[in-house]
Design a protein around this ligand. Structure first.
Ligand code: SF4
Length: 366
């Protein structure tokens, strides 16, 4: 399914043409050859990121978020991985670019921050040494200048007494400080796009909030866009401009923070929101589990867990995304022409109660 397959309103088209995307992902499909067959981790997703904005990819563990963002700069090992589709960064196709080009973009124009700083830092070297090495890979500068830049970066990411901590080893820093150091590493190349994969998951709630604030500050200071991967809608609410909801390698819904939090259209998005603390469903969570990635359902990927599933949901692949308001689209059969979307979105415009509409949909489904 492509973004071009959707049915945008004229207003939405005008809006998306206002500024050229920094990153355009179209029809990205990443698979892995396994003994049990082809594992489809990401299955034809479209995502755009414009300069200066924060886009969050959100979904459960196993939804394909990490593979999707690692496919952008071809961090997925191939073989067994196979990446198809189009990934354009500043207009250049990264999937067909040669290795030298990808290496020059990776860590420079596009930088990654990963979940566990514990594994990303080398514990045999001081953090200062590691930063200086990273700086000198990017810039041909004398060691003294690289050292000054490293101290400045440590200072900018909030490491107190940066110059005196320069010669400390990773084990002498807390988990939150290590993640700050990893963010400093990512900033070495002055990237236009920072890809952050669950960067706060391993941190306690207080430190998590501090790191999210840091992302916001640095985004402005370094004039970067951020593509942020998380399973936590609470985190998304803090930082996102736009949200793409992934499930089993497919896009279920996309929209602004207000669209998703105030007018969620997809049953999966609604279920994720109900799992937020204080929304009443955090203990039971979403029933069932993700489908086998080597044998996904024929119809909507969410059908085996969806309380509203009807016959039409079990055939003809994932429903095309329907744009229900400018920039807000949903992949669900109940948004097709002639169906009543209030079945899956009870606060919808028809005012039909969920139970009545559900009954009506079942009785009229062919
Ligand atoms: S298409 Fe069907 S199964 Fe999928 S979310 Fe909509 S109602 Fe549920």
């Amino acid at each position: 399914m492509s973004e071009h397959d959707r049915d945008p309103t004229p207003d939405a088209e005008t809006e998306t043409r206002n500024d050229e995307p920094l990153l355009e992902i179209e029809g990205l499909r990443t698979t892995f050859g396994t003994d049990s067959g082809t594992l489809v981790a990401v299955d034809g997703i479209d995502v755009t990121v414009r300069a200066g904005e924060t886009v969050c990819l959100v979904g459960e563990s196993g939804s394909g978020k990490t593979v999707a963002v690692e496919s952008i700069t071809r961090l997925v090992q191939s073989p067994p991985g196979r990446i198809e589709g189009t990934v354009r960064f500043k207009g250049q196709d990264l999937l067909s670019a040669d290795e030298a080009t990808i290496r020059s973009i990776r860590g420079h124009e596009i930088a990654h921050v990963f979940q566990n700083p514990q594994n990303a830092l080398n514990h045999c070297y001081t953090v200062g040494w590691q930063l200086v090495e990273a700086i000198r890979v990017h810039e041909d500068v004398p060691e003294a200048a690289a050292r000054a830049r490293a101290i400045d970066l440590l200072d900018r990411v909030g490491i107190a007494n940066a110059s005196s901590r320069f010669d400390d080893y990773p084990h002498e820093f807390s988990g939150g400080q290590k993640q700050r150091i990893m963010i400093a590493m990512a900033l070495v190349g002055d990237p236009d796009l920072l890809v952050a994969d669950e960067p706060t998951t391993a941190l306690d709630v207080t430190v998590q909030a501090q790191i999210l604030d840091l992302f916001e500050e640095l985004k402005t200071e370094f004039d970067m866009a951020v593509l942020f991967v998380t399973h936590d809608l609470g985190v998304v609410a803090e930082i996102a401009d736009r949200i793409v909801v992934l499930y089993a390698g497919k896009v279920m819904e996309r929209g602004t923070v207000l669209d998703i939090f105030e007018r969620p259209g997809h049953p999966y998005t609604r279920a994720l929101l109900e799992c937020l603390p204080g929304r009443g469903n955090e203990i039971s969570g979403i029933g069932g589990s993700l489908p086998e990635p080597t044998a996904p359902p024929d119809g909507c990927r969410f059908a085996p867990r969806c309380p509203h599933a009807i016959d039409a949901c079990h055939r003809d692949g994932q429903p095309l995304e329907t744009e229900i308001e400018p920039g807000h689209s949903v992949s669900c059969v109940f948004y097709r022409e002639g169906r009543d979307s209030s079945v899956v979105s009870p606060e919808g415009p028809t005012g039909v109660s969920s139970d009545d509409a559900d009954e009506e949909a079942r009785s009229t489904d062919d």
